[in-house]
Design a protein around this ligand. Structure first.
Ligand code: AHE
Ligand code: ZN
Ligand code: ZN
Length: 188
């Protein structure tokens, strides 16, 4: 397989630090970078194969994790941010100049409301939680990967110790279903 899954996956995974408590993200502009300050490590960090998450060029997958929205502040060049798709559940705030997504926020009623989606590769700091699983793996076919490549893609994740799923991990899917069941009062 010629394509890279993601630079943070291809050569094995570097573990994060449980004592790490946040840092700064920067967009990829040569000057006047958008800066985001995170007062928290990420959780549920994962490789995402969906078409909506930002990926570095040449990679099939995004690496995206969540932080409480209260732990996120825009600390420089906020005027360069624009929401990619206002209709999407996750409103991804991207730099208008370089296209990098700085944070994705959920405003509607949703099990993950209150959590922002971020890409820790935009930080120079070390210690961010390492990817825990790969989600939305089959979605890469929708972006042009051939179905015949999928065994190799899944085997590569397995080789670096990551489980693959075609939606999210069981823990996250259970959270979504619990939210839905509580809303419809099937679960009290
Ligand atoms: N096959 C579609 C899937 C898109 C999708 O549902 N993406 C997920 C995961 S994003 C991070 O885990 C999602 O929750 N999307 C909500 C949103 O993007 O607003 C595709 O590839 O496009
Ligand atoms: Zn930029
Ligand atoms: Zn995604």
């Amino acid at each position: 397989m010629a394509s890279s899954l993601h630079p943070l996956i291809d050569n094995g995974i570097t573990p994060g630090s449980s004592s790490f408590s946040g840092g700064k993200l920067h967009c990829r502009c040569a000057s006047d970078q958008v800066e985001i300050t995170l007062n928290s490590n990420v959780a549920h960090n994962h490789a995402c194969g969906c078409s909506k998450c930002w990926k570095p060029s040449g990679s099939l997958f995004s690496i995206v994790g969540v932080v409480p929205r209260d732990a996120v502040s825009v600390t420089a060049n906020a005027s360069k941010l624009s929401i990619v798709d206002k209709e999407a559940t996750i409103q991804r705030n991207a730099c208008k100049d370089c296209g990098v997504h700085l944070f994705g926020r959920i405003e509607k009623d949703h099990p993950f409301k209150g959590l922002d989606f971020v890409h820790v590769e935009l930080s120079d700091e070390k210690g961010w939680q390492e990817p825990q699983f790969a989600g939305f793996v089959s979605s890469i076919i929708e972006q042009g990967s051939h179905p015949k490549e999928m065994d190799e893609v899944r085997a590569k994740f397995k080789a670096v110790g990551l489980q693959t799923y075609d939606v999210l991990s069981p823990v996250l899917m259970d959270l979504i279903s619990t939210f839905t069941a509580q809303k419809s009062e099937k679960l009290l």
